[in-house]
Design a binder for this molecule. Structure first.
Ligand code: ZN
Length: 82
């Protein structure tokens, strides 16, 4: 190892140590994030009502209206191909 590399390494370590201290200091500590509000509608604006919602096995809520529209769109595409 050359003296130059050694100096660079020491500088790097000093830098990470500074960063770690800054990160752990009160001033830089991130405030805990507030819990995300549960969305009341899907990305397309359909309400998540019990009738319009079913649970995916992964725990995600699925919008039935979107599923219906996707199925309809798929049918339309097939029709257009014919
Ligand atoms: Zn939807």
């Amino acid at each position: 190892m050359t003296a130059r590399n050694r100096a660079a390494l020491l500088e790097f370590n000093a830098g990470t140590e500074r960063a770690r201290r800054a990160y752990n200091s009160e001033q830089h500590r991130f405030a805990p994030k507030p819990p995300k509000p549960e969305p009341t509608c899907c990305n397309f604006g359909h309400d998540y009502t019990p009738a319009n919602t079913y649970m995916h096995s992964s725990g995600r809520r699925i919008c039935r209206e979107c599923g219906r529209l996707r199925a309809q769109a798929a049918r339309d595409r097939k029709k257009a191909l014919r």
